[in-house]
Design a protein around this ligand. Structure first.
Ligand SMILES: C[S@@+](CC[C@H](N)C(=O)[O-])C[C@H]1O[C@@H](n2cnc3c(N)ncnc32)[C@H](O)[C@@H]1O
Length: 338
């Protein structure tokens, strides 16, 4: 047995009870192999409903290894999955796309549906963006939101494909507002809404984070080095009972720079002000090199500095399908009770 097959076999055995639990709760999207922590750095294997998504970030997988891996997983799960292999190890893939194994079946590349916490999600193996349409390590946070959203006004910041918003709607939120500047991501969010017609409709705000959150927080919209600002969506000052702040590690726009390493505070401060008294702010930091302790201290300090002290806080960790040997998973999530 190759070392990859051995590592995969251990990973599948380690997930025995987790998978039973996930299936029972209506979830068929999860990580089956988290290579960096389970013996094959740069390789991830995820199930997204009927699809098996294999991605390599350092070295391409050869044809035989890929087929052996698919066969082992299908045997373990007792079902057939449609293979999509995205090799991201050399910019935009150097594998031979004329080979059907690498090309993927047409059926595997169609728009599919996966499930999480009983909700339907759009699954698309290849699309214009880099990431799959649902980040699996945020599943526990979506579950928490579903359990705590009843009657709440919910704001989902950096909403991407609106998974957190959908979970809030499923949990009985009074109002759900998803904010992101990327039209394509919000379009998938709208599709996710339509895939769950039993839920109340969500709102979508297509806007840059900085002008939107500053207006909601009642702060002036500042220009960068007195440059003229591009036009932006006008919003009234207001607060929400449950706010999720899950920004990318780094992104630059005409209105500011999202930089989780150097300046978490400029994202956090207006988000705190937009959270109602007695409300909850869930904030995330996906930068591996920032430790939970340092970041948490920074977050708590920022909150007291602007007189929004945190009454209580709780750490949420990703599920057991994202094992972390040093107990420091890259995605850190804090639930702040204000
Ligand atoms: C890492 S994803 C966030 C994941 C998301 N919270 C989820 O639940 O899956 C980053 C998102 O931030 C958005 N984004 C990046 N910079 C932005 C900005 N300045 N204003 C608004 N959205 C931004 C991107 O379009 C993308 O959808």
């Amino acid at each position: 047995m190759s070392s990859l097959n051995q590592a995969l076999s251990v990973a599948l055995d380690n997930r025995h009870s987790l998978l039973a639990e996930l299936h029972a709760q209506g979830t068929d999207c999860y990580r089956l192999f988290h290579g960096s922590q389970e013996g094959a750095s740069g390789l991830t294997v995820d199930r997204y409903g009927p699809q098996l998504l294999v991605q390599s970030f350092h070295n391409s997988l050869d044809r035989d290894s890929l087929l052996t891996l698919q066969a082992a997983i299908q045997k373990h799960l007792g079902l057939e999955l449609m293979l999509v292999y995205n090799d991201r190890s050399h910019g935009n893939s150097r594998v031979d796309r004329s080979d059907p194994v690498y090309k993927a079946d047409d059926a595997a590349l169609e728009d599919l549906v996966g499930h999480e916490w009983g909700l339907n999600y759009r699954v698309r193996g290849r699309h214009a963006g880099q990431d799959p349409l649902l980040f699996l390590d945020l599943r526990t946070a979506r579950g928490w939101v579903k359990d705590h959203a009843k009657g709440k006004r919910v704001l989902n910041l950096f909403a991407y494909t609106c998974g957190v918003g959908l979970s809030a709607a499923a949990g009985g939120a009074r109002e759900v507002c998803n904010l992101d500047f990327a039209e394509g991501n919000l379009l998938v969010g709208r599709e996710n809404g339509k895939l769950n017609p039993q839920l109340p409709e969500m709102q979508f705000i297509q806007s840059d984070y900085f002008p939107a959150i500053r207006q909601l927080a009642g702060l002036p919209v500042a220009s960068r080095r007195s440059q003229k600002l591009p036009s932006y969506v006008r919003l009234e000052q207001r607060q929400f009972d449950l706010v999720l702040l899950d920004p990318p590690a780094w992104a630059k726009s005409a209105f500011g720079t999202v930089d989780l390493l150097r300046d978490y505070q400029s994202l956090l401060k207006p988000a705190l002000l937009t959270t109602a008294e007695d409300g909850v702010l869930i904030c995330c930091n996906n930068l591996a090199k920032v430790s939970m302790e340092d970041w948490r201290d920074q977050v708590l300090r920022c909150a007291s500095k602007i007189s929004r002290p945190v009454r209580d806080w709780q750490v949420l960790t990703p599920g057991a399908d994202f094992p972390s040997m040093d107990q420091q998973p890259p995605l850190k999530t804090l639930i702040l009770q204000l």
